[in-house]
Design a binder for this molecule. Structure first.
Ligand code: SF4
Ligand code: SF4
Length: 412
């Protein structure tokens, strides 16, 4: 008997010091995708938005995470994706603790090298060792060069020593499969694959029905396919942004499929792309996990007509000017003025949507002094880290202008 997505065979020590085989069975309701010799659950648990306490991203609610991980494994999810900086560095620890309660052979664990920050390039080995320690494992099933983009490519792609180091860890068996995540444009993806395609086995990109148009993700998928690599998906619901649409758009979709939720539209869209092998969703509570697993009980892609309507909505939404922040918070670590950048972008977007500065006044009046858009010194450190390539300093200027205008308006 061999391991399968439905059960794994593990060898355990007996009290007498001998070995015996144990079978770990899962209550599987999930479809799987082939990757080399592995069967990966089509849905993976992203660990960037785990449940937290006191609204502090650094304080992970371990008890809930343990329950979510147990439920995920019992229902067929076998892929867990974390990274060095998620949850102020605590995501790796939390997911490691939760997974330690389960046989190592029953899950695939993925983490990432934070090479988007040039300061980390000289510490690749120390960081990798620390990551293994934080996760409590002695190998990663999957490991990615994290967040390659146009702003960091100069040092990220040129540091051959770092790439050679991770290739050596693949040879040593401490990384089973090496890939990369990229928020860059099509040409950058191609550059990465041209340069390191011989050691890279998968490519993780931001992919959802809105970015199919906004970030030209369609062309990226085609290019990755042409290189013979499978696609890993991040932000399938765009940081929750696509879980709730404007009423007029939701009405159109409800007309076609009255019972389908908005996340279901997102996931069914992705299920129609054959090269999509892994879809990672950053789930923050049990309800989301249960709902998402239900959608992955079977592969049921959208019909052509449904896809057409959905992409038509994407076109309409893109006409409305908003900034595509996914609230990943990569930028905030770097802001010397400690401005809550994603919050400011949300305010900016609300103002743009509403055509008024009301939201700016409502929120910024209560923002602590020294941490408002007017305090931005335009250093650009945030922009370098932003996977969405948002011109944050410009947004700060624009938002400040909106706010100053709103301050002049007479109170109602
Ligand atoms: S440009 Fe402004 S918002 Fe961005 S890191 Fe610098 S001070 Fe912070
Ligand atoms: S501005 Fe960019 S880096 Fe910051 S939270 Fe939004 S998407 Fe992430």
């Amino acid at each position: 008997m061999q391991d399968s997505p439905f059960c794994v065979i593990i060898t355990v020590k007996t009290d007498a010091g001998g070995l015996k085989a144990a079978i770990y069975c899962k209550e599987v309701v999930m479809f799987y995708k082939d990757f080399k010799e592995l069967k990966l659950s089509a849905l993976g648990l992203g660990c960037m938005r785990l449940p937290v306490l006191d609204e502090d991203p650094g304080k992970i609610d371990q008890e809930t995470v343990d329950k979510m991980v147990a439920y995920a494994l019992d229902h067929g999810i076998n892929y867990f994706d974390t990274a060095w900086m998620y949850h102020k560095g605590n995501s790796e620890i939390a997911i490691g603790k939760a997974l330690a309660k389960h046989p190592r052979e029953s899950f695939y664990l993925s983490s990432k090298f934070p090479g988007y920050d040039s300061a980390n390039m000289s510490s690749a080995k120390e960081i990798f060792e620390k990551q293994l320690e934080k996760c409590g494992v002695d190998y990663f099933d999957f490991y990615l060069m994290h967040n390659i983009n146009e702003n960091n490519q100069a040092f990220y792609l040129e540091d051959k020593e770092v790439w050679e180091y991770f290739a050596s860890e693949v040879k040593a068996g401490r990384i089973k499969h090496l890939g990369f995540s990229c928020h860059g444009q099509h040409d950058l993806l191609k550059k990465v694959l041209d340069k390191y395609g011989d050691i890279l086995e998968f490519c993780q990109i931001q992919l959802n029905w809105l970015d199919w148009k906004l970030q030209n993700a369609k062309a990226k998928v085609e290019m990755i396919e042409s290189c013979g690599l499978p696609v890993w998906v991040m932000e399938p619901v765009r940081g929750g942004r696509l879980a709730k649409l404007d009423e007029k758009y939701e009405a159109k979709l409800k007309e076609l499929k009255p019972e389908a939720s908005m996340p279901e539209w997102c996931f069914r869209f992705l299920q129609g792309i054959p090269s999509v092998t892994m879809t990672l969703s950053g789930m923050s509570n049990m309800d989301q996990l249960v709902e998402n697993i239900k959608i992955y009980e079977e592969c049921k892609p959208l019909s052509e007509a449904e896809t057409e309507v959905l992409l038509g909505i994407a076109d309409e939404m893109l006409k409305e000017k908003t900034l595509p922040c996914t609230v990943c918070r990569y930028c905030t670590t770097y802001c010397p003025m400690q401005i809550d950048i994603p919050k400011m972008i949300a305010v900016y977007n609300e103002c743009v949507y509403n055509g008024s500065g009301f939201a700016a006044k409502r929120v910024l009046d209560h923002e602590p002094e020294g941490h408002r858009p007017e305090d931005c010194i335009g250093c650009g450190a945030c922009q370098q880290a932003c996977p969405q390539m948002i011109n944050i300093p410009q947004m700060m200027q624009d938002l400040n202008a909106i706010y100053q205008e709103a301050l002049k308006a007479p109170a109602n």
